[in-house]
Design a protein around this ligand. Structure first.
Ligand SMILES: *[C@@H]1O[C@H](CO)[C@@H](O)[C@H](O)[C@H]1NC(C)=O
Ligand SMILES: *[C@@H]1O[C@H](CO)[C@@H](O)[C@H](O)[C@H]1NC(C)=O
Ligand SMILES: *[C@@H]1O[C@H](CO)[C@@H](O)[C@H](O)[C@H]1NC(C)=O
Length: 340
């Protein structure tokens, strides 16, 4: 299908009824392709001032009484569900009220020459969201938004992302996985030749305490960062509420390669916070060169590691002394493999 011209989302509350999870949706199709130079404009400005109840269970949501007429549920602009061999190319998706483009339960997805844009302060506006999807390629795409440029959720494997620009936004993220003690499995993800400009994180893996499952076989290479707050992050204590309690189980993280991650950061070059019960293993770093934008005043911007194991294949800038060389003791990954 060809998309030229512009599709505009309605901005009056009545049109949305009691709320929709997605605005434009394609379900259970095979071989659908949407290409062209057209634009999908979600005109989401009215939704951005409060956060999504689905995204945030905090009681303390920002809430604007004047907008009460808009439904609380923010729609994703374009979603594909249960489909195979989907192509989305050339088009622009702008100012979605929530996520711009979502693939759920899809196999065989090709996204290229796409442009996604919404302002830095537009809450919850992920660029591309992948869930339970396999054999996905995203390339030559510009992503600027208020949340993750690309978010890879549970059930994803064989994901290949390259030649992508990201920023503003929160970077390219695997997770949050394992929320509410759920199982999460993600494997075989390659992200290469990416430019990040002024994003919150660069390449990130985030899991909630209490989940089960495994993230494995992940490669991040040739990532150029510029004024990124924290370019490299694994956070197994992910929590977007005020507090989350520590639990024994965790979604394990094993086999993560970082290669040629270069440029400047504003907060910390690297943050590996792994869980006590399932330390991160097989983290390898090659050609990492990250410099602070300003000289640190408080030694804040040293690398941080907790329960992170692996190897440094080359010296790094700054030196990363906190990575524990080798394998964690008594770590039985087999049980995690069996789960996934
Ligand atoms: C998207 O929203 C921003 C902020 O309201 C606005 O400045 C911009 O013009 C919008 N873009 C389009 C294409 O409507
Ligand atoms: C990993 O994913 C790539 C696509 O990015 C695919 O070509 C490759 O066959 C996959 N490897 C395995 C072991 O499935
Ligand atoms: C959870 O565990 C980590 C690592 O042991 C520790 O740094 C953190 O303070 C704990 N958090 C809570 C809320 O107990």
């Amino acid at each position: 299908q060809s998309l030229e011209g512009t599709i505009l989302a309605p901005t009056n509350a009545k049109a949305w009824g009691s709320g929709l999870l997605q605005w434009l949706e394609f379900t259970k199709l095979s071989g659908l392709s949407i290409q062209g130079s057209g634009t999908i404009n979600g005109r989401g400005q009215q939704w951005w001032t409060y956060s999504d109840p689905n995204d945030d269970e905090d009681d303390d949501k920002q809430y604007n009484e004047e907008l009460e007429r808009m439904p609380r549920v923010k729609p994703t602009a374009l979603r594909f569900y249960g489909s195979s061999n989907v192509v989305v190319a050339g088009i622009k998706i702008v100012n979605s009220s929530q996520c711009h483009l979502k693939f759920d339960n899809c196999q065989g997805v090709l996204v290229h020459d796409l442009t996604i844009s919404s302002p830095e302060n537009s809450l919850n506006t992920d660029g591309i969201h992948l869930q339970n999807s396999k054999d996905v390629s995203i390339h030559h795409t510009n992503l600027a938004c208020g949340d993750d440029c690309i978010s890879i959720q549970t059930g994803c494997s064989n994901i290949y992302i390259h030649n992508v620009n990201c920023g503003p936004g929160h970077g390219i993220s695997i997770g949050g996985l394992g929320r509410d003690n759920t199982k999460a499995c993600v494997s075989n993800v390659t992200v290469r030749d990416v430019n990040m400009f002024r994003t919150m994180t660069g390449v990130r893996i985030k899991t909630w305490q209490g989940g089960i499952g495994l993230v494995q076989d992940i490669r991040f290479s040739n990532i150029q960062v510029s004024e990124v707050q924290t370019p490299i992050m694994i956070d197994q204590f992910y929590c977007d509420k005020r507090t989350c309690t520590n639990q024994t189980s965790a979604v394990a993280v094993s086999g993560v390669q970082y290669e040629n991650i270069r440029g400047t950061f504003t907060i910390k070059p690297l943050h590996f916070a792994c869980s006590d019960s399932s330390p991160c293993s097989g983290i390898t770093l090659t050609g990492v060169q990250l410099k602070p934008v300003q000289i640190a005043h408080y030694h804040l911007n040293n690398p941080f590691c907790w329960q992170a194991f692996g190897e440094l294949f080359t010296p790094t800038i700054p030196p990363i002394a906190c990575l524990q060389i080798g394998k964690p003791a008594g770590n039985n990954l087999q049980s995690y493999h069996d789960i996934c």
